[in-house]
Design a protein around this ligand. Structure first.
Ligand code: FMN
Length: 173
């Protein structure tokens, strides 16, 4: 049986999916208390294979956040953001690498959508994973945690105008 969904909810979800953009320039403004927790909560509610929830989140702010900028070409995004969320794949919880990585991706997208819904800016930083071992060593992470991505969060200074996507008919086989 179809679940009843308000038209407003449907529009809000579609709006967030389509209008969310990667924000790489931030204002020097602090996030309100509780905001990061709401974002992590959205990540926690992502689907995962066998519901194994293979993610771990580490929130970094201030000097420690800025310091991980040396491990990525996107240091300016890391530095400009008020906080970053390092997302780890926890090998103690994983069961299948492909599916665990998909679940982590779903968690990150959930977080980006909530960041957008709150009127904030976020950016998924994957390039930093090229130096994941160095990042983990710097943060003294245990061996079971593998860096999957970093999500930068802050108040957007400039919001990219329009996203670009291939036409739907080009995506359909
Ligand atoms: C797996 C993945 C890795 C990404 N890594 C980076 C990155 O290292 N630096 C960056 O600025 N953006 C990164 N992005 C953001 C993409 O560049 C962005 O999502 C894409 O260009 C589409 O733009 P939009 O998010 O504004 O729609 C990444 C996105 C994904 C999904």
């Amino acid at each position: 049986m179809a679940r009843k969904v308000g038209e407003k909810n449907e529009r809000a979800v579609i709006e967030a999916i389509q209008n969310r953009r990667s924000v790489r320039r931030f204002r020097k403004a602090r996030l309100r208390p509780g905001v990061i927790e709401d974002i992590l909560e959205a990540g926690r509610w992502a689907p995962s294979g066998l519901n194994n929830q293979p993610w771990k989140f580490l929130v970094l702010a201030g000097e420690k956040k800025d310091a991980i900028g040396v491990f990525t070409h996107y240091a300016s995004v890391v530095k400009g953001a008020d906080a970053v969320i390092a997302v780890f794949l926890d090998h103690n919880l994983g069961y299948n690498r492909d599916r665990d990585c998909m679940a982590i991706g779903a968690a990150i997208q959930n977080m980006l959508l909530v960041i957008h819904a709150k009127g904030l800016g976020g950016c998924w930083l994957g390039e930093i994973v090229n130096r994941k071992n160095k990042v983990s060593a710097f943060l003294h992470m245990p061996k079971n945690l593998e860096l999957a991505a970093v999500v930068a969060v802050g108040v957007a200074r400039t919001y990219p105008r329009r996203g670009r996507r291939r036409a739907l008919k080009k995506c359909i086989l």
